[in-house]
Design a protein around this ligand. Structure first.
Ligand code: SAM
Ligand code: SF4
Length: 471
């Protein structure tokens, strides 16, 4: 596999530095933690040593202070909106053998499936029927069975579906790393964010977990974001799969990766994802994680990410239970999936026993409608907004807006407008009355009088039947 860029010599991830920081900050003194938390409230982020101190907190009272700080940081930057999306798996063929994944080549019991373009359109209609406007498209890596050209056609097909007044407005993509030329083609079909998880940043563990296939090449994966950026895709998402190695190492390595991207391309990752290992069919590592992460440690790492890189969105999937997801919203998560299926074709009604088709077990099995109702009850504003991407506020432009907190002036009004659409088109009576009350409560938080007046006018236009109006 040819590399488009030669970065083996660039120390993107400095393992020795991470290990020594974790050791050095093993028992952070209370006063030190308190001063770091005070600094975090300035919303300028933290350096690696400070983040390492926070990751090493064990004292319950200090943990509580960390959680409170994360909540404050989140509220100041993102307000209480929460972006929703649905994943769409188009194929579960895979030529790799990741030891934790149900799609791995050696899982002979997996029923392999690649959706036809017609089947993809059917799935999209069901997803649209749940009220979604934003999807994340995924597939296994199998150049023979699900080639890149097929994926491009699939993306075009998804955008082409019109169901009533509704269509998918933003497609994010999570597929295996591409070449520079392939990334350029991906940009042309107008994707939103390109995401790929390094899984583990720890080189030795990576080698063990990915014994064969294209994915066995650590560098090819680590430099995917470089090729994406060089092709003009300036919204990228990174992540680590928690449970493969020490979570403190993975979080600090993600920060190193983020800092490298920021320094090299002028913009850090748009999002950080925090998948945690779930059971998967015939996947030995998923059933018995080498470094299991407890719920408390998971909450801690979410809070540390929030205060360390405050302007980077954080994505949580349905891998986690409904109860834990509700807690994590208060610690800094800004995007969640809802109503997910991780098997190709899984949205079709009547699907039963998909264990032999799905990638891993979904824990939050609530429908999209139930998630939305619960989110509103918790006081968060479910948002289907795709405004920034469609107005070209991506990459550096997005960061320029996000950093001084200006994003709030777009995000909140757009969240309220898309929620209003949802309530009218898909909400049941109870959700509608809860949602309308929430909109009334939120309007006064719109920062300027001009935007408030315009938002009210646009809400009225939506009542009158117009759709897809955004700032
Ligand atoms: N196949 C592509 C790849 O590996 O880059 C696309 C992404 S794959 C469909 C989505 C992600 O699911 C993987 O990157 C991995 O982090 C995650 N995943 C795999 N097995 C998992 C498991 N057992 N529990 C939780 N997440 C898992
Ligand atoms: Fe294939 Fe991705 Fe699963 Fe690995 S994680 S086996 S590459 S689908």
């Amino acid at each position: 596999m040819p590399h488009d860029i030669k970065t083996e010599q660039i120390p993107i991830i400095r393992e020795d530095e991470i290990h020594s920081l974790i050791q050095k900050t093993e028992k952070p003194p209370q006063a030190r933690v308190k001063s770091i938390l005070a600094k975090a409230l300035e919303l300028k982020g933290l350096d690696l040593e400070e983040s390492s101190c926070l990751l090493n907190i064990r004292d319950e009272n200090l943990l509580e202070e960390l959680f409170q700080t994360a909540l404050q940081v989140k509220e100041q930057i993102y307000g209480n909106r929460l972006v929703l999306f649905a994943p769409l798996y188009v194929s579960n063929y895979c030529s790799n053998n990741c030891l934790y994944c149900g799609f791995r080549k050696d899982n002979r019991e997996m029923k392999r499936k690649i959706l036809t373009i017609e089947e993809i359109k059917e799935e999209v209609k069901i997803i649209l029927g749940q009220g979604h406007k934003r999807i994340l498209m995924l597939m296994g890596e199998h150049p023979g069975r699900c080639a890149f050209d097929y994926f491009l056609e699939a993306v075009r097909a998804v955008y082409s579906v019109q169901s009533g007044q509704s269509s998918i407005r933003r497609i994010n993509v999570e597929i295996a790393p591409l070449t520079l030329d392939e990334f350029k083609e991906l940009k042309q079909v107008k994707i939103g964010t390109y995401t790929v998880f390094q899984e583990t940043y720890h080189y030795e563990t990576y080698k063990k977990m990915h014994p064969t296939g294209i994915k066995a090449d650590y560098w090819w994966r680590l430099t995917a974001m470089d090729r994406a950026q060089q092709s003009g895709i300036d919204d990228v998402g990174i992540g680590a799969l928690f449970g493969l190695y020490d979570y403190r190492f993975e979080v600090l390595a993600m920060f190193q990766h983020a800092a490298y991207l920021d320094k090299t391309y002028g913009t850090g990752p748009h999002t950080i994802s925090i998948p945690r290992l779930e059971p998967a069919q015939n996947a030995p590592v998923a059933l018995n994680p080498p470094y299991p992460v407890s719920d408390m440690d998971f909450k801690k790492l979410v809070a540390v990410i929030r205060v360390s890189v405050p302007y980077t969105g954080m994505i949580l999937s349905t891998r986690e239970s409904a109860e834990l997801r509700q807690e994590l919203l208060n610690l800094g998560v800004s995007q969640i999936s809802a109503g997910s299926r991780t098997n190709p074709g899984g949205y079709r009604e009547g699907m039963t026993n998909p264990e032999d088709e799905e990638q891993f077990t979904v824990n939050d099995t609530r429908s999209t409608g139930e998630v939305i109702k619960d989110v509103i009850r918790q006081g968060f504003v479910p948002s289907f907004c795709t405004g920034c991407y469609r107005m070209g506020r991506t990459g550096m432009d997005f960061m320029d807006l996000a950093k001084p907190g200006l994003i709030k002036s777009f995000c909140l009004p757009n969240a309220l407008l898309t929620l209003k659409e949802y309530l009218i088109d898909y909400g049941d009576d109870e959700t509608r009355s809860l949602g309308d009350a929430l909109i009334e409560r939120e309007l006064p938080d719109i920062p300027t009088q001009t935007t408030l007046t315009e938002t009210k006018a646009r809400l009225q236009r939506i009542e009158n039947g117009e759709r897809d109006i955004y700032f």
